[in-house]
Design a protein around this ligand. Sequence first.
Ligand SMILES: Nc1nc(=O)c2c([nH]1)NC[C@@H]1CN(c3ccc(C(=O)N[C@@H](CCC(=O)O)C(=O)O)cc3)C=[N+]21
Length: 257
Amino acid sequence: MAPGLAVLLVGDRKDSSLYVELKKKTALKLGFNSFVVKLEEESSLEQILNHIDQFNKDTSVHGILVQLPLPKHIDPALVLRRVDVNKDVDGLHPQGAIFQPCTPKGCLELLDRSNIDVSGKDVVVLGRSRVVGLPLSLLLTKRNATVTLCHSRSQQVKQKAQRADILISACGVPELVRGDWIKPGAVVVDVGINHIPDHTKGSGYRIVGDVCFEEAYKVASHITPVPGGVGPMTIAMLMHNTWLSFITKVQDENSCK
Ligand SMILES: Nc1nc(=O)c2c([nH]1)NC[C@@H]1CN(c3ccc(C(=O)N[C@@H](CCC(=O)O)C(=O)O)cc3)C=[N+]21
């Protein structure tokens, strides 16, 4: 018996296909079982829910991940709610997830492993997404940080960022955060993964974060790169949650409640 991770991909977005492939490769490398189901973009809600029910029933599946975003005609909340909460290794269950969502968990892991204590610090989070910004702010608050959660309607975001001891960007705006947004010595965590056109690359694009790294690394004390930063940590945390589900000893500290 080995931990089993099931991934459901609906449609054939290039970025989603790549991420699903990375998850599968990592699972297999760890000796996990990997089950990937790919459905057509036009699939109905019923078809999608059917596959989730099968994963829910399958005792060799310990973790289920529904790759987001789903096609426009599908309400993600309906799909995520169908996933057995005990197998929701993505931590995205609308009501009371057991596992911590992977990207926020990865950010905290990066801070922990760099011995950066968030308690009492002023943390500014850019972006209020249901998958990253919002849950990350809650987890940071639980760890006694003072959190300012900025979003598209926030005013004077640059001035707010400049006061941060720890600045976390998860807003999906390529290189929004410039060197002069950062307090000297601050810690910068870049969650953004943005594809921008680049004709000098064979692929026709290159990946940049939400932070202008060239400027930021000169000002910050610590900074995560893109690629090679939060992205791989997200996958590592997905595997960790799948492992926790497998051993079914999820302690309170992994609770999102
Ligand atoms: N239900 C769900 N759960 C997710 O966790 C989820 C999702 N949907 N939808 C999309 C985002 C995105 N995501 C990434 C994970 C790893 C890398 C990663 O490892 N990136 C490499 C680069 C890979 C590349 O070349 O693009 C890096 O940053 O070094 C990126 C992005 C998980 N997501």
